[in-house]
Design a protein around this ligand. Structure first.
Ligand code: HEC
Ligand code: HEC
Ligand code: HEC
Ligand code: HEC
Length: 433
């Protein structure tokens, strides 16, 4: 059993509620797993359901939560019934994309929670080690949405809230220094929960006494907290703030960061819900197929907006390459399995057809005859975006190299093959067009 997890967080929250009465549960944002697969997409959605079950009150909208598309993030939170907040993001019609703020009754006191959005963090690093920019994905997911000035937008929300709430909390996606500007511009904010490290700013602006540590800033009467989770800490720690709401700033402020340690018992109900979910997930045939996918860490495969078209579509603009390809064994690779009566065996199909396991890739000879065999898009990647904008060189893989071939020409191949290092040059010569 690992530490962390929603079932242990459930127990922690139950205990907190027993000790403290009302507890307001917030997440500044960045709750989805950005890995581009159905598996992680389903897990991300389920996690939001679990957050609802353990009583999250509101969540900020982070740019990385657009990784699975814009409808997905909005619908997932709407379905779960957790307010997703951003006061400075408008849709095409000029309406708020999600709720700007929410007011929660908390221990007899009304507290307003405002979300503020920023695009500054649209770069991610995959656990596999390969850093890449998801900027393009996010640009597409955010297309048509308008990001307004954060300080002006929070000001407007604060004015609208007026006397409705005795305290104001902001869930902020802003870069570190902009949180200080926000606190300076709007002194009535009590608490800002950020999504970025404040360490440098704290060292610069309010260095703690020697031997002491502090992970928050105080600007006027506004407390600015850095996020709970840094790197591998995701879901493995919580920050517990205790404070008295006076209507003009928080008093008796205390902050404790607590690890969701292994010693904390898992809540049996949540544990069962998680286990049932994972069982269902593993039975999902689409997710089973994902296991055999090739090119998982490559572009454009991992781009959620990409899709396979089939060689016939490429032929319209690349006739010479198509004609050459048709003469190769790759073009008949699925037929080889049909002849062997192995064309329904996922493991074989993964190496003998195009885009197997991907959402729009090969499924079966009946459903997707146009993706049979090792086609153009095996080596060059799914081509939908390229066919729509051929001049954008980033949308297709043009530099096809040996390590792309060894996705299949490797020791797992059936029947067993010779060392590909020795045959590579000869093999490459047979397929280039
Ligand atoms: C509508 C026409 C069109 C379609 C359809 C099309 N392409 Fe292209 N493709 C082009 C053009 C035009 C270029 C040259 C772009 C340039 O030189 O700027 C190109 C370039 C390429 C390149 C070389 C890129 C480079 O930078 O050297 C590859 C590889 C490629 N296409 C593969 C494909 C594949 C695979 C498909 C099918 C999924 C496909 N294309 C479909 C028009 C098309
Ligand atoms: C998605 C899997 C896959 C990838 C990627 C792949 N191949 Fe293949 N390749 C196959 C399969 C399967 C066959 C056997 C096809 C058949 O005969 O059924 C094959 C056959 C071949 C052959 C025919 C060998 C012969 O006996 O004539 C050559 C040449 C070849 N591949 C070269 C390459 C090169 C070079 C690359 C990389 C640029 C590459 N392949 C990438 C799966 C792949
Ligand atoms: C890891 C990828 C991979 C898997 C899995 C795989 N193959 Fe292949 N297969 C290849 C490659 C690559 C070749 C071409 C080898 C060469 O010619 O050097 C090939 C060639 C073949 C050939 C010979 C085609 C010919 O006439 O030259 C047959 C038959 C075949 N595969 C059947 C199967 C069956 C059946 C399965 C499932 C049990 C399977 N393959 C699983 C990669 C794979
Ligand atoms: C087995 C892998 C493989 C398959 C399948 C494949 N290509 Fe290529 N393609 C390559 C390689 C390798 C190059 C040469 C890249 C280089 O020069 O660096 C290339 C180059 C290209 C280019 C750039 C211009 C040129 O001819 O050098 C285009 C366009 C292209 N391929 C289109 C296609 C189309 C269309 C198909 C399907 C009909 C296809 N390719 C199938 C591996 C493949």
């Amino acid at each position: 059993m690992r530490e962390g997890g929603v079932a242990r967080r459930a127990t922690m929250l139950k205990e907190l509620r027993q000790d403290q009465g009302a507890v307001l549960v917030l997440d500044a944002g960045r709750v989805f797993n950005v890995m581009q697969s159905l598996n992680y997409r389903e897990r991300s959605a389920a996690n939001v359901g679990f957050m609802k079950a353990i009583g999250y009150d509101a969540v900020g909208l982070n740019v990385r939560d657009f990784a699975h598309g814009r409808d997905f993030v909005r619908d997932t939170f709407a379905d779960a019934g957790i307010p997703l907040l951003a006061c400075n993001l408008l849709d095409e019609q000029g309406d708020p994309f999600v709720e700007p703020y929410v007011i929660k009754e908390f221990d007899g006191t009304r507290v307003a929670i405002i979300g503020v959005f920023s695009k500054h963090d649209a770069r991610i690093r995959l656990p596999a080690g390969g850093a890449f920019s998801m900027g393009k994905n996010y640009d597409r997911a955010l297309e048509g949405l308008q990001v307004l000035d954060p300080i002006e937008s929070v000001k407007k929300a604060v004015e609208q809230i007026g006397e409705e709430a005795a305290a104001i909390i902001v869930l902020s996606q802003l870069p570190a220094d902009q949180n200080v500007e926000l606190a300076e511009a709007i002194p009535s904010i009590d608490l800002i929960l950020t999504d970025v490290s404040l360490k440098e700013l704290i060292r610069k602006l309010q260095p703690p006494d020697p031997g002491e540590t502090r992970d928050y800033l105080v600007i006027g009467t506004t407390y600015i907290l850095e996020p709970v989770e840094v790197k591998d800490m995701r879901g493995k720690a919580v920050a517990i703030v205790e404070a008295a709401v006076t209507g003009s700033g928080l008093t008796d402020f205390s902050l404790e960061r607590k690890r969701v340690a292994q010693t904390i018992a898992e809540d049996p109900d949540l544990k069962k819900r998680v286990a049932d979910f994972v069982k269902g997930l593993n039975k999902n045939p689409l997710i089973q197929r994902e296991r055999w996918r090739k090119f998982v860490n490559h572009s454009p495969e991992k781009d959620p907006d990409s899709a396979y078209l089939g060689a016939a579509a490429c032929a319209k603009c690349h006739q010479p390459q198509f004609a050459q390809w048709q003469t190769t064994k790759h073009a008949k690779a699925l037929q080889t399995l049909v002849d062997d009566e192995k064309d329904a065996v996922d493991r074989c199909v993964a190496c003998h057809a195009t885009g197997f396991g991907w959402r729009t890739g090969f499924d079966s000879a009946e459903k997707t005859p146009g993706l049979a065999g090792i086609q153009c898009e095996t080596c060059h990647g799914p081509g939908k975006l390229h066919a729509a904008s051929p001049k954008d060189a980033l949308l297709i893989r043009s530099n096809v190299q040996k390590h792309h071939c060894t996705q299949c020409h490797n020791r797992g191949a059936v029947p067993p093959i010779a060392d590909f290092n020795e045959t590579y040059e000869e093999y490459r010569a047979k397929i280039v067009h």
